[in-house]
Design a binder for this molecule. Sequence first.
Ligand SMILES: *Cc1c(COP(=O)(O)O)cnc(C)c1O
Length: 382
Amino acid sequence: MAWRIPLADLDYGPEEEAAVLAVLRRGWLTMGEGTQQFEEQFAKLIGVKHAIAVSNATVALHLACVALDLGPGDEVIVPSLTFVATANAVLYTGADVRFADICGTHDLNINPQAIEQQITPRTRAIIVVHYGGYSCQMPVICDIAERHGLHIVEDAAHAPGASLNGKSLGSWGDAGCFSFFSNKNLATGEGGMLVTDLDELTQHARLLRSHGMTSLTWDRHRGHAYSYDVVDVGYNYRIDEIRSALGLVQLQKLACNNERRKHLVDTYVDALASVRVEIPFLDSEGVSAFHLMPIILPADVDRHRFMDRMKQAGIQTSIHYPPIHLFQYYRKRYPTVSLPWTEAVAAREVTLPLYPTMGEEAAYMVVDEVKAALQEASVQVA
Ligand SMILES: *Cc1c(COP(=O)(O)O)cnc(C)c1O
């Protein structure tokens, strides 16, 4: 379906085309120099020692969990109002998740007090998610982690270029995980990055990224090695030169595009001032990456009808997120979980279109349709 205004859109142009063409002409497709450059420049952006490019953020999260030695008998505290990969990555290792509630409709991030309530003798780590690119309360969460001897992994899939107190999101914990999926702020189709300051974690993650092998095809190609040993049960979580080339171009555009997103969010917030919706993160701290534009509908509005009405107007909307603990698999595995704020928000949240190439007039058009859809989908009017 051709949307008048889609939920998200790429900012691709001649630079991306030229970068891909250059890779094809160089004739080296698997991890090589372009990937090394992408890693170095991404590490510089985040202000960390190491960046490890991988196939996607899901495997970045998995590598972080494995490299932190999580496994059966361990528990990891995660939010439920996130993409399912955040929790799946923990379960891959044989560890269990414990879900913590969010702060409320004003702040859709994990609540530090809820984290503390979920800590047991088996807790080993916390995975925080910076929803929409807005920072979690990292100083408080780091303090909790320190007092209880817990690792922190940041799911920073929404947050490249975001910061709190001048420190990049993704660099607060033991490891940060970024996504370059096609609808994210920095898009390569599929792709991800694991960042960290820890040397040992880096070594382990680099080994596991490529089958636990002690040398890469690239090393052998350059004549640096003839053979290899396998020192661990690794995976194939590699990225390739085509995606790294796209990533390098997109990295150049990131700051500008995040600024553009900020301007559109400001436009939305102004235009929605007199509209009967709640807007989360209005008093958030730090610099957001403005990945999403979430609104919370009034309780008397039928969300399904609201979204249908937006669709009829050619405007794509979405829900971030159906909470993980209410999915069939997770319900069966963790039947007693109850998260009042997560459930309340998840039932009323709608995400509006937001992407850097979107015009201001498109934001005004969306708000006009939001007003009309609210009227039509309000239960009293029906
Ligand atoms: C997109 C996303 C992921 C997964 O990223 P992939 O690169 O698609 O694996 C994980 N967590 C969050 C919060 C995401 O938005």
